[in-house]
Design a protein around this ligand. Sequence first.
Ligand code: TRP
Length: 331
Amino acid sequence: METVVSGIRSTGKLHLGNYYGAVQNFVKMQHEFNCFFFIADYHSLTTHPTPADLHGNVKQVLVEYLAAGIDPERATIYVQSDIPEIPELYLFLNMNAYLGELERSTSFKDKVRSQSDNVNAGLLTYPVLMAADILIHRATKVPVGKDQEQHLEMARTFGNRFNRMYNTEYFPEPYAFSFTDNLVKIPGLDGKGKMGKSEGEANAVFLSDSPEVIRKKVMKAVTDAGPTEENQQKPDVISNLFSLMKVVSAEDTYSYFDDLYNKCQIRYGDLKKQLAEDMILATAPVRERINDIASNAPYLSKVARLGAEKARASASKTLNDVREIIGFRHF
Ligand code: TRP
């Protein structure tokens, strides 16, 4: 069975776009592959979180992925910093990662521009740590978006370089993977494209948003002056609301508002009120699970321990092999 690895940013609280899209990918994958999903808390140190924020972020992400349907018995879900073999492999890979290639990475260049006051070595070697995350389980499939393609290419480069250097075929090549064909695309509330945190908090509805916050965000969504011709095409600032409705509302609710739009009788206030209530209803079960799991410390600690145990079994096997290949010998 093929091995899948994916790292989840520890500041990545889930919005509806993640929930109906990428996370469903994970949930499906856990039934078909040997899956390792981890919370990338070492990576998050590049931005210097406070100790309280660091732990809080890791907990929120763990809770939300469990609530969204990752089964800790089926998949291996773990916290990166529980696996000491990862930084050890990172050290080895760093010896054959070159300054020039690391400096040329797009994400590094972006960071140099956006946070010029904090260009630390961890940022520079971020792709090496990510390669270690993947190679530690000798994974071949990595469910990530387009923005991670270059990092994946570097992971292949580092694995291949190790193989060549030691004349082995130890590391397989990891490639991006998704069931995207069936992924639902969730637009943001601003009508400017897909839902995302980087487009501003108000553009995205988070699973952790309270019903009150969801109502406020939806009611604030931009609309236009209304349709002027029957059956006209919907502009982006309106079609996004309908797309969201398609996902969270009943079919006849959707057609009711679609008909009103087509007859030029729609009142956007009513549409948004309905959309907000249906969003709240659709996400209520997962919100409830989030609250249950978040307050269940024994369960969380059991899940984290189980994940670490399974991940370390795989990681320590790789690391033993790697040490042997490199030439470390016991006296
Ligand atoms: N860089 C990824 C992101 O920003 C997170 C990540 C870290 C990752 N290590 C990984 C993803 C290993 C896949 C595999 O989203």
